[in-house]
Design a protein around this ligand. Structure first.
Ligand code: UDX
Length: 442
């Protein structure tokens, strides 16, 4: 089947590559000429395990191509995926300008039936807006063309995106059209061979399902972070509590890890956007607001612990802090809303220096912060410790889990660790003379 995907960001590129891998002929369209040039040379704009091999194979076998030519994209397929960005605008609601611009481009160029599929995370009722925009352009053109708008949200996780797309837990499809439903069934047929994963529903329910999933997961994390902070004061160990409650299958072990807050391109943005939707429909949603507020506060815990250790935030001036982990989670170079940024920026504001290391996000960090006198990007995790007054851990990369503590001790000027991901045993470290502060354990 021929498919067009607008947008070569995380969702668009992974979807395009994986749909080609499933046998479809996919044309990816992006207005960014440099990005398309790079993609045509086999260079990926994102770091995602396994994606480069899939892109290379499918480009090589002629099932995947990249273009900036919008008209060619529209002509290529009946099915047009919209997978462009929906950044938060000033009030936190999702900015739909790119989504609607694609709808407009499709409407300007279409000749014959098209299905426009919203794959970007978009607020409930966006399908209606896409439908209206297409109708307005067609009216302007003075032509009548048949089309449907489908909601097909994406649930992939960064770092596991290829696997998530090729073996999804579920494929959510919101449509009120039999014709679109038949096309969607055919399109996803390769993903349903072993068992049926597709769930058809109405458009608004599909749109809300995406936000509901992310908000529920974010809620679990903020809830655990709230409890972790209480556990610290109460002298309880949140890791024991986590295991204790996770054993109840109604609660489960997933997404109840306390830490220095959630980041990334989805949770912060989607929780905020769902909160704005509540405002817009005149519904008070205190729980959603609290999830966001707890997370914002949690991103400050590492700085607060460092300040407490040194006897006040003002005492951090002139200190050097090593930071392990910059990406918002392991296996990605994504720094969007990363807790590391909150910490690093607070340290700079307090007059401290930062020596940081991340296994893959160094280039991205350099792009964001550039060269600064109070910032060093170290060659490896031990080099980051050289002469530092403390180590702060922001991301649970595998290589940080079992470091050589003797080596660390030799490099740091003091044995101080502030751990935002609870990687080590407090008793063992304390017995070895470390000042070790983690989350939810005293
Ligand atoms: C998330 C959803 O999982 C995915 O389904 C959706 O499509 C996009 O948003 P992603 O942002 O890639 O995916 O990362 P995820 O693995 O969910 O982690 C999000 C954040 O939560 C990270 O900062 C992570 O460190 C944090 N987290 C996760 C916790 O603090 N505790 C946990 O128990 C789990």
């Amino acid at each position: 089947m021929n498919l067009t995907v607008f947008g070569t960001g995380y969702v668009g590129l992974v979807a395009g590559a994986c749909l080609a891998e499933a046998g479809h002929a996919v044309l990816c369209v992006d207005l960014d000429l440099r990005k398309i040039d790079r993609l045509n040379q086999g260079e990926l704009p994102i770091w995602e395990p396994g994606l480069d091999a899939i892109v290379a194979r499918n480009v090589g076998e002629g099932r995947l191509a990249f273009t900036t030519d919008v008209a060619r994209g529209v002509a290529h397929a009946q099915v047009q995926f919209i997978a462009v960005g929906t950044p938060p605008d000033e009030d936190g609601s999702a900015d739909l300008q790119y989504v609607l611009a694609v709808a407009e481009s499709v409407a300007r160029n279409m000749a014959g039936y098209k299905v426009l599929i919203n794959k970007s995370t978009v607020p409930v009722c966006t399908a209606d807006k896409v439908r209206e925009r297409v109708a307005a352009v067609l009216a302007e053109r003075g032509v009548a063309q048949p089309y449907d708008v489908v909601s097909n949200p994406e649930f992939l996780k960064e770092g596991a995106a290829v696997g998530d797309f090729l073996k999804p837990d579920r494929i959510i499809i919101g449509t009120d059209s039999d014709k679109a439903r038949a096309l969607m069934r055919e399109l996803y047929e390769p993903f349903n061979r072993n068992h049926e994963r597709t769930m058809f529903m109405d458009v608004r329910s599909a749109e809300l399902t995406k936000y509901a999933a992310n908000a529920m997961l974010a809620t679990k994390i903020s809830f655990m972070n709230e409890l972790a902070n209480m556990a610290e004061i109460l002298g309880a160990d949140i890791e024991e509590v986590r295991k204790g409650i996770g054993a109840d299958p109604r609660i489960g072990y997933h997404f109840i890890y306390p830490g220095c807050g959630y980041g990334g391109s989805c949770f912060p943005k989607d929780v905020q956007a769902l909160g704005r939707t509540a405002d817009q429909i005149g519904y008070e949603a205190p729980l959603l607001k609290a999830v966001e507020a707890v997370n914002n506060r949690q991103k400050g815990v590492l700085f607060a612990k460092l300040a407490r250790h040194f006897g006040g935030a003002d005492k951090l001036a002139g200190k050097t802090v090593a930071v392990w982990g910059l990406a918002f989670k392991p296996n990605t170079d994504d720094m969007r809303e990363a807790p590391s940024r909150t910490l690093i920026e607070a340290l700079w504001a307090a007059g401290a220096r930062v020596q940081a290391f991340d296994p893959v996000a160094m280039e991205e960090t350099r792009r964001i912060y550039g060269e600064r006198d109070d910032f060093t990007l170290a060659a490896n995790k031990y080099a980051a410790l050289e002469g530092a007054d403390a180590l702060a851990i922001c991301t649970e990369w595998q290589q940080f889990r079992a470091p050589d503590f003797d080596e660390m001790q030799g490099r740091l000027s003091a044995r101080v660790i502030v751990d935002g991901r609870n990687l080590y045993h407090p008793d063992r470290l304390k017995a070895d003379g470390w000042a070790y502060y983690s989350v939810g354990r005293s």
